[in-house]
Design a protein around this ligand. Structure first.
Ligand code: MG
Length: 326
């Protein structure tokens, strides 16, 4: 294990989220996609990101920043809802292509005055898992125990995705980030993710779904002996699934990360060149591997273009999490 300090892991998780999001953005939900080797603009036929500049982040990173603001205020479902709603308004509200299906439903209900307890009861897509990296970082920095960690994840999910599948998937990603932040060996990062996925199924509104923890283990085994990035992208897209359900995209993100052995550059490139929700699988894989390998493992040119294009100050973002964690 390389000796990486906690601050570098924090910035690695955040850069991994943002660079994965931006690298995966152009290929998101395309029928036929090119193999990307660098940051590209959103192509004209992109259903959600046409005209986006190369390096531009999407809802994954923007909502992760909204969660960070909520963490600074004494974390609660109310503060999460308020900051997500501020983001929702900032991107154009109900007419925006940038808002996923569960979050759209929840934010419109929030606007209409629906009680918080009712908002996220049907959200099973990956909108809560895609934004969860700051919770994994915060939980590591604040030394959260198992129950406290799950409370944080559930609170982050509650306004939009308060369901057992979404909490299970979000817990899996956050736990992997947390374990990586704590310096765990790679196999223990995966094991922490599997365990948290199982625990997460006990939270929120129970809805049937495949076993995310078991799918993570299966997906990691499925790719273990593949011999190229192309084979991993293809196999995971066809068999595990890389679409919006968190039962697909979360195991996919772990499988990409596992094959890459925690290298964020490799994991992000594979995720961005898979199918379906490429910005989200790349953001999740980037967060996990960024925490594991630290910010220096994320190519400097990626960080430069993402920082410049979005006016993103990761150092300041990381400081906010450090402040929130006390
Ligand atoms: Mg996105």
């Amino acid at each position: 294990m390389p000796d990486i300090d906690l601050a570098a892991r924090t910035r690695g998780a955040l850069w991994g989220t943002a660079c994965g999001d931006a690298f995966g953005m152009p290929n998101s939900f395309l029928k036929e996609l090119p193999w990307l080797t660098e940051m590209k603009p959103g192509p004209e036929n992109s259903p959600y990101h046409a005209g986006y500049a190369a390096g531009r982040i999407t809802d994954d990173t923007e909502q992760a920043m909204a969660l960070t603001e909520a963490l600074l205020e004494g974390f609660s479902a109310e503060s999460v809802a308020r900051h997500l709603f501020d983001w929702f308004v900032s991107v154009g509200g109900k007419d925006s292509l940038a808002v996923g299906p569960s979050t759209m439903r929840a934010m419109l209900a929030f606007e209409a005055g629906t009680p918080l307890s009712e908002l996220g009861k049907t959200g099973v897509t990956n909108g809560s898992a895609m934004r969860i990296s700051p919770i994994g970082v915060f939980a590591a920095l604040s030394g959260a125990g198992t129950a406290g960690f799950l409370d944080l994840v559930e609170t982050a999910c509650r306004p939009t995705h308060h369901t057992s599948p979404a909490i299970s998937g979000s817990a899996a990603v956050a736990a992997a980030v947390k374990a990586a932040m704590e310096g765990a060996a790679w196999d223990d990062v995966v094991a922490a993710s599997v365990e948290a996925a199982e625990l997460g199924t006990e939270r929120g509104n129970w809805i049937y779904c495949p076993d995310i923890g078991a799918k993570i283990e299966w997906a990691c085994g499925l790719v273990a002996d593949l011999d190229s990035e192309e084979a991993v992208a293809d196999t995971v897209s066809r068999l595990v699934g890389t679409g919006e359900p968190c039962t697909e995209s979360v195991p996919a993100a772990l499988a990409f990360s596992h094959w890459a052995k925690g290298n964020p550059e490799i994991a992000i490139r594979i995720a961005a060149n898979s199918r379906g929700d490429t910005d989200t699988t790349a953001a999740m894989a980037g967060a996990i591997c960024g925490a594991y390998s630290g910010e220096d493992a994320i190519p400097a040119e990626w960080r430069e273009i993402v920082g410049r294009t979005n006016d993103l100050d990761v150092e300041a973002w990381a400081k906010k999490l450090e402040t929130a964690a006390g």
